[in-house]
Write a protein that binds this ligand. Sequence first.
Ligand code: ZN
Length: 398
Amino acid sequence: MSNAGSGGGAGRMVAVVIVIVLGGGCAGAQAGPGATSTATTSTGATSAERGRARGLFPVLLTARAAWSGEVRAAKLRVWADEGYRAKNPRWQEELDDDVAYANRVLIPMVGVGLAAEYRAWEHRGQAGELAAELVALARTDPGDDAVWVVGVLAGAGESTNAEQLGAAELGHVVVRGSAPGEQREALERAFPDASPEERSDALSARRRHQLTVVLLHQLAHSLGAQHEGDADAIMSDHWSPAVTAAISEDNRRRMLREVDERLATGRQVREAERLLARGDAAGALVALAPVLRLYPARVKPRVLRCRAELAQGHPQDAATVAACDAAAATGIDAALAVATARRGAGDLTGAMPPDPLPRSAKAPLTAPRVGKRSASRTSSRSWSVSGRSALRVPSGRR
Ligand SMILES: [Zn+2]
């Protein structure tokens, strides 16, 4: 309604959209094969071609401009597993293209633009249950400094069920890419008259549409959105090439509320650090509570909670012991910080490494040097990475 009178605002938003899309890299490709064939081909394309393309090519994802405020950036860390990278040699470029496409929906929908970085995930996802993949992803990346951590796995079969194609839990999301072999055969059966070139273009447009829709669907779930009955809505429980960027106003409002809380967590962690440094442990615990609710796997807030509990002067209290054990179980860096904090609080037995650490990882921990971590960030970091890979032992911490 108010959009009609906000021409200047809309123009400014388009500029921001372009900046964010460019920031995601690969701007030239963001329109993609599906988009160009339906939206920007010259008048040379015949209406018959377009009509046929309508079924062959997926719908262009274009969201209604419901957000008129400032666009906020949300950091996204994307991990592509071994299977996905093997099937998609240009994985980083293609995923960047998908994220840029998702931004064309998220920005007008809820005013959030994803700023993504990409990592090779030394992990091979299995067919079937995605819950285990979410646990593996959280172990690899607890999500410190990111609003979302996304794991991308190779496609499995012809399933179009949204929950077989992806899953979400708080700040962690996994999605499966499409299975190109199965889809190629399905297209040949459904569109026998299409030329091989058309089918090839359609296949890549569908790959992009599916991954983007599943990513949006699961990000929306992670922000509290629920399924909708409309089969063409982004929150439909099944993907199809006809899915549009439509979302109910109820779901959009849920997402807006939740995204505001998520974007506040970075500030809340800094606030907790500041309060703790001033000796206000109780205030630090209050500041940390929403962060730990939304991001229970994050290492930094867990360690801060342990330090704040210890600062209250009862290192043997059950709550303090539990908070510090939970923090120490996240990795060697955290275990060192916890041991140091416990010793500082006069808890010498508690300063020993906790049980969930494997014995091989315990050895270097028995003699931590307090000054070492601040003396050399880089060396401490690389050490923690090699240590963390040794920690991929089920610890039952989630
Ligand atoms: Zn769903």
